[in-house]
Write a protein that binds this ligand. Sequence first.
Ligand code: UD1
Length: 420
Amino acid sequence: MDRILIRGGRVLSGSIPISGAKNAALPLMAAGLLSDGPLTLTNAPDLADVATMAGLLAHHGLDVSRDTSQRSITISGAATDLEAPYDLVRKMRASVLVLGPLLARHGRARVSLPGGCAIGTRPVDLHLKALEQMGAEIEITAGYIEARAPQGLKGARIIFPQVSVGATENILMAAALARGQSEIVNAAREPEITDLAACLMRMGARIEGIGTDRLLVEGVASLSAATHPIIADRIEAGTFACAAAITGGSLLLQGARLDHLGAVTRTLREAGVDVAEEEGGLRVTRSNGLRGADVMTEPFPGFATDMQAQFMALMCVAEGASMITETIFENRFMHVPELSRMGARINFHGASAIVRGVKHLSGAPVMATDLRASVSLILAGLAAEGETIVNRVYHLDRGYERVEAKLAAVGADIERLAGR
Ligand code: UD1
């Protein structure tokens, strides 16, 4: 298995192109099930999760062609197999996003339950309850969600008791082809949802309230072909912002958008990091000392849970203390013991961690069991004295495109060691 070797202490400077967003690409690809297409997605990232979703769509019988040099994916055809098997769903939870589209278009779907994952139990009850409100009959048998809507789905007023990105996406796609009007109350407002809604509109869907927590959807009989550019990845941008900050450097994040970073910008500024819009992207610079800043993760526009581990790495070398509270996922502090092995001073209890900044981290062999935790160890390695080796790199490859090449190009001493 590949590993990443970092020799810390380099100050980063230059510009990094931000790739298309993984979490926008996955639901957009699932939207390919809603019409015969073709649906062409441009600015597509070349990531393991995108390949997994392409494999799932191909399994359903769709034609999926990826042109990695053009960074585009074209999806066409109609599903002939309505089952999403355990082996594919287990690899990637976002596979459950095929449920709403399959049910809306074909009146039937059989999708494996995703089961547990490294960052908590992550149920799909909100997805299922909302589809039932839209007229679906759902049973769980042998680990599979068996869903039927023999008369087709009908519009409904869905009030989510809790904000869920995936459930909002699944229901938005289902409502686009349902009979009549749907209202989604307490909808997630993440930029990836706005991007999905914009693509669905291009395909002929009728949606109001885009960007708010109340979406109104007037179902249409069919959707058509479209071409849609995927937004830049705000989490990748936030991660490289932390890389500039932790090394005391300055990076231009090409294509990144301030309005997509939400509370991450405010928190970085509170910690002493400059974040400014510049032509073509965002400039992130740290010229003075880092200060401890508190964080509580929240749905957008609050501080993204997907940025929590990276910000914690930054706080490990700040002056003073920082309290970090995770409210979205249970069990999302797996990076803490690994950061501690590098000399960080962190105590955590339940959903909160106190980080007391230290002057220096020291390099060590480390590993993590999820995507964002792994990249937080790379950030720590950039600032640490000596060598850090990050094991289990496949987590990184699920969500970061050539992370070591992008960091090396702006001055990091980092390389991938091929697995034996
Ligand atoms: C998406 C993102 C993930 C991000 C998360 C929160 C994708 C592919 N993944 O995941 O990177 O960390 O949003 O911003 O876009 N919940 C339920 N029942 C449900 C659904 C969710 O209880 O039916 C809970 C979850 O366990 C969690 C919370 O709601 O505690 C939020 O989860 P959700 O927003 O659904 O996350 P995902 O869509 O899985």
